[in-house]
Design a protein around this ligand. Structure first.
Ligand code: NAP
Length: 273
């Protein structure tokens, strides 16, 4: 055990939190780089009413990094000294760093969406159908527009799709819009369809998917969702939800350590937890 009184603490807070793979992923990264004497990553279940207290404790105790997951990504914003402009635009913070007692908030979720796509395609000018209009969709839409993709948002509640589209300056509509979705180059599912208890459902009819498309499902439990299984059968290129988890995590690792994240080591933790 290399931990000492000098080791910097990073913490994930959520409610619940025990399912989180972030501690294992980051600690594996620290160990691989031989910096597990400098950093340790832990988890704490925190009620939303106690987030402010955690932020005060972070300052008083010199906690180095704070990862926020559901339901704290918006609440935490009220209590920080500064929020970078990307996180402000997305409207959520998933990463907080303590810089000499000043707490700065970032959002790396958008990189979780963009990086896996950019490993296999060039996003500028690509037609992208984003399914869903919740918190994860906001990060996806922000990132895609930043890379100058042509984004359309489709959601069960059409008004929410239209509202989000208006805010980001793109178009929104219904999940039944077969032509628009069929004609897109990339489909990204950001709805919770595919995750238990909706693991036997599809967010769109399967005949909207063609062999030319990339289908990215950000749901990561189960590892391969029904949407990805069906898309693969139709010859589409698929991206698993753990890739988002990994790449929001590697970006966060780099904020916490100022070191390049060991991606393959961190991926192994997520794929074979
Ligand atoms: P959220 O803000 O609650 O949004 C949920 C979205 O799913 C809404 O657009 C909602 O549509 C839609 N939806 C829910 N049930 C539906 C149904 N039966 N049919 C059609 N649409 C339905 O949640 P979120 O934070 O964006 O998260 C969404 C999913 O992404 C979750 O499964 C989460 O685990 C996953 N996620 C993964 C990662 C990762 O790292 N891979 C990161 C963040 C989130 P309405 O507006 O009509 O309700």
């Amino acid at each position: 055990m290399k931990i000492s009184a000098k080791t910097k603490i990073c913490l994930i807070i959520g409610d619940p939190v025990s399912h989180s793979l972030s501690p294992a992923m980051h600690n594996a990264g620290f160990e691989a780089l031989g910096i597990d004497n400098q950093f340790v990553f832990l988890g704490a279940r925190v009620k939303i009413k106690d987030v402010e207290m955690v932020i005060q404790a972070m300052k008083k105790m010199g906690i180095h990094g704070l990862t926020c997951t559901i339901p704290h990504k918006i609440e935490v914003m009220k209590h920080l000294d500064r929020i970078d402009k990307t996180a402000k635009k997305i409207g959520a913070v998933n990463t907080v760093i303590n810089q000499n007692g000043r707490l700065i908030g970032f959002n790396t979720d958008w990189l979780g969406v963009i990086t896996p796509l950019e490993k296999i395609t060039f996003l500028k000018g690509k037609k992208v159908a984003v399914l869903g209009a919740g918190g994860a969709a906001r990060a996806a839409v922000y990132g895609l527009l930043r890379r100058r993709a042509k984004v359309k948002i489709f959601n069960r509640t059409i008004n929410k799709a239209k509202q989000l589209a208006k805010e980001f300056g793109c178009q929104g509509g219904s999940l039944n819009n077969s032509n628009e979705i069929k004609n897109s180059d990339i489909i990204i599912n950001t709805t919770s369809v595919g995750m238990k208890p909706l693991d036997n459902e599809l967010p769109i009819p399967i005949d909207y998917i063609t062999s030319k498309q990339i289908v990215f499902d950000i749901v990561y439990v189960p590892f391969e969702t029904k949407l990805l299984i069906e898309a693969k059968k139709r010859g589409a290129t698929i991206i698993h939800g753990v890739e988002m988890l990994l790449h929001q995590g590697t970006a966060q690792f780099e904020i916490y350590t100022s070191r390049k994240a060991p991606e393959e080591i961190m991926r192994k933790v997520l794929v074979h937890p």
